[in-house]
Write a new protein. Sequence first.
Length: 329
Amino acid sequence: MSFFAILFALLIEQARPLAAHNPIHAGLRTWALWVGRNFDAGRPHHAWVAWSLAVVLPALLALAVHWLLLWGLGWPFAVLWSVAVLYLTLGFRQFSHHFTRLRDALEEDNQERARLLLAEWQQVDASHLPRSEMVRHVIEYSVLAAHRHVFGVLAWFSLLAALGLGPAGAVFYRMAEFVARFWTPRRGTVAAPASLSLQVVALRSWTMADWLPARLTALCFAVVGSFEEAIDGWRFHAQRFPNDNDGVVLAATAGAINVRLGGEALKLPQAALPAPPGLVVDANIDDSDQTPGREPEVGHLRSVVGLVWRSVVVWLLLLALLTLARLLG
């Protein structure tokens, strides 16, 4: 019944989105902080214990509740539990307000407000970014947020739910992403919230957990976008990005909607200069960190929205067909 759980969770989340500052997320931050303080002794084996407690234990608790409801009260209550867990872990509205405000500011050509909103969202210095670079970064951050909040959760939930593990996959994926972000130093901070060993374990585990979902997301974008260009971007340009999994998603996105992504504008704001308009088909593209494609424009933001929603429809159709086949079989 994964299809119905995902469908209801998405509908509820659209009608009544989870507040940005809510007790659930505050509790998760407190949990990760407590685990780090009490189990992070700076050694690799301590780091694995801390990571397992922070990530695996909540997933096992979600699984235990699922089994208790399934065998004690019946499958409808187990489905309701899955809906509740997905409501907390899955959804566009957990990040879409940032995207909407940025898109509105860019469409109104209010570049100063757009820079402030981008800096507020990602905690970066966007004061020197030209318009096209702001659009590019909005696309990249939004696509990665959609992957981590929607498609990655869908992948892990669907996979483990098919094995009878209920919503454990959704909890595991979101917690793995959360602790990797929580335990690594933020931009502009000096003190690290965790030891180097714990940071390495968290980032390495997150990379492994996101390996398959990233490629499924890229494949969905290729199916609903420009297939050949998305696959070519995946094959030949994913390595241009610092993170392998993020690179796969962003390179496929660039090919699917024919937009130039990548670069170092936020890291080197003083060197950020407007790119020439039109198609970017550079003979020396192998010497740059950017993918080929059109210069980012505000119209590409709507293309990204369409790409993401079409991918969600593909996921739901696939799950619906699998559910129907299971019921008929």
